[in-house]
Design a protein around this ligand. Sequence first.
Ligand code: XIL
Length: 453
Amino acid sequence: MSKKILLNIVLILLIYNISCTDDSSEEDNNPVAAPILLDPENISGESFTARWLGDATATSHLVDISKDENFIDILSDYNQKSVTAESLVVSGLVDNTQYFIRVASLKDMEKSEYSSVKSARTIDIPDPEPELALRTLTDLPIGAAVQASRLNGSYGQRVSTTHSSLTAEFEMKMKTIFTGIGEYNFTPGDAIVEFAEANDMQVHAHALIWHLSTPDFLENFSGTDQEFENLIRDYIHEVVGHYKGKVASWDVVNEAVNDENGGLRNSIYQQRMGDDFIAKCFQFAREADPDVLLFYNDYNIMFDETKLDASLSIIKDMQDRGIDADGIGFQSHLDINFPTRNTIATSLNKAVDLGLLVHISELDIKVNPGREQNIEFNTNLAQRQRTKYIEVVEEFLRLPRENQFAITIWGVIDGQSWIPNFIGAPDFPLLFNDDLSPKSAHTGVAEAIQNAN
Ligand code: XIL
């Protein structure tokens, strides 16, 4: 290639470059483009984040937020709100409300077209439930199962302002109290009784005989059946005697009926003391305290007719033989779908027909009967749970007053309920949230009580 040609090429390239540079200076005069508005993010009850892609030459952006899509009324704090970044946290909003967003870019004083409009609905934050202290609404004992170690601070406060009765969640069961032959640990149970006394509450004691709370030394006891029975008699005498005058009532035997056919569960008590072990235990309890009310307590009897009939006939049989048995505890670990109001009413009235005291003794209402692993509590579940709680309380309050013993809820706050452990899935079965605020079900129970007055 000759030198001349080479020089020409260099010259052409130089001219081309200059003209390109000229072009780019013209680009500066192009109108600034409208930003591309993205979908709003981080939507909460009172804020969301607006985000957009602005023209590269934009120096800032103007954001409008309005409740109407035509932007006739623009929120005063967000009327052409100037932002240099490409995002904005829009806050101070009302929950459960639709907001519309548009953005324009600014280059010096020049304003682009608006972006397309996007919208966000803030999350619905339910109004706080009213503070209705259940115990002030009725003379009927409103109970809770509690653990001694938790009865302090704001939790203790919540328990004592809401309830007029307490039950030990485990501290009065045999596994806690019966530490060895002739050895008894009353310390945690006594703490619950003291808290109840200090706060003018009664105590429903639970439970003298339960196959799932038998200490190992009894389970493996090598003595004769008569010696076993003597141990049980002594235990019941000791424990009922210890709490004589301090508790209103005892679950003497818990869960003795099997789930198959209404027969007796095959437990160590049934094996060692025979089919009449229930009556014997009721007799031992009566020997130790002539006044305390004595209950038989079981689960599923709110809907399992065979089991309910079997439980009732155990009680009836004792009464026919002159053995004191005052009432029946329907544990009532229920769920939002089941049982129906009719079934609840039918079951409770069967106990009334026998003249028994009726205790709704361990009430909780699952919202996750399908045992979903990722379920979260929401307003729909809250409403359905409220409805089922109302059905139980209303049907109970329709029984003759002389048959109503008490309603005991099996726990206070959802996060401490035994249910998630038991079913192996999250659940929210109680009346209070973990921050001790009342749930919708709590309001429902309060209203059901008020309406029945
Ligand atoms: C449960 C308690 O809630 C748990 O804390 C404990 O570990 C096991 O027992 N039926 C009953 C109650 O009669 O005693 C049970 O309580 C729940 C089922």
